[in-house]
Design a protein around this ligand. Structure first.
Ligand code: COA
Length: 200
């Protein structure tokens, strides 16, 4: 049966960023992303956040940034970035947020990350994706575990929150399995590849 994802990934555009900046003061986002809300003119700081490396063993490199598009209404609902991409390096870090609260808790975030893992493993030919997540972000952890990510390291007091307190983070990793992408569906080409190839 043909799988029809709820989302597709598209190149991140300036007008998407502008929309995301206005949504960045959502208390859920402040709590889960650990950021100071962005003002409209803070495009550069937002992009720097999207590109920042938080996994200790990852190094800076190229970023491929996407918008998560709701297939139902063609709306950009969040971002997903693959960062630290370097020639000869088998791994990259991933970060994402469903910025529009109306689209959370409906499977879109998990589906977007599934698309991104397929792209990272099949197109970028990476063999490892890693991320960090606050230990109290149980919804995100559940989403990542559904895709096969596992917790590998606890980083104590590793993120400074806007209120000045420190938060613990898990490092989570997903390795490509030979011939397959993480045990998820991978028998058909990723549905997003055509649009993604334009993003590089
Ligand atoms: C994290 C995020 C990307 C997940 O995407 P999503 O589309 O909202 O998540 P999903 O609808 O796929 O649901 C994820 C799972 O978590 C579960 N979940 C939600 N809240 C939970 C909680 N408090 N405890 C345990 N599980 C929870 C859901 O039930 C679902 O599991 P299920 O499908 O087995 O029922 C999205 O919620 C988001 O962007 N949140 C704000 C920013 C953020 O946290 N970004 C990640 C930072 S590391």
């Amino acid at each position: 049966m043909q799988h029809n994802p709820l989302v597709y990934l598209a190149p991140l555009r300036d007008e998407h960023v502008s929309r995301y900046l206005t949504l960045s003061a959502d208390p859920i986002l402040i709590a889960t992303m650990g950021w100071e809300p962005f003002k409209q003119e803070e495009v550069h700081r937002f992009r720097a956040y999207m590109e920042s490396i938080t996994v200790p063993y990852m190094q800076s490199g190229r970023t491929v940034a996407f918008s998560i598009m709701s297939r139902e209404d063609q709306t950009p609902v969040g971002y997903l970035s693959l960062k630290g991409i370097r020639n000869g390096n088998p791994g990259a870090e991933v970060g994402l947020a469903i910025m529009n609260s109306a689209y959370r808790g409906r499977g879109l975030g998990t589906e977007a990350l599934r698309e991104a893992t397929e792209y990272a493993f099949a197109v970028l030919e990476l063999s490892l994706l890693a991320l960090t997540v606050f230990t109290d972000n149980l919804g995100a952890i559940r989403s990542y575990e559904k895709l096969g990510f596992t917790k590998t390291e606890l980083l104590i007091d590793s993120w400074s929150l806007p209120d000045g307190t420190l938060a613990d983070m898990w490092v989570m990793e997903l390795y490509r399995r030979s011939g397959r992408t993480s045990g998820n569906r991978c028998d058909t080409p990723p549905s997003c590849l055509d649009s993604l190839s334009q993003a590089q």
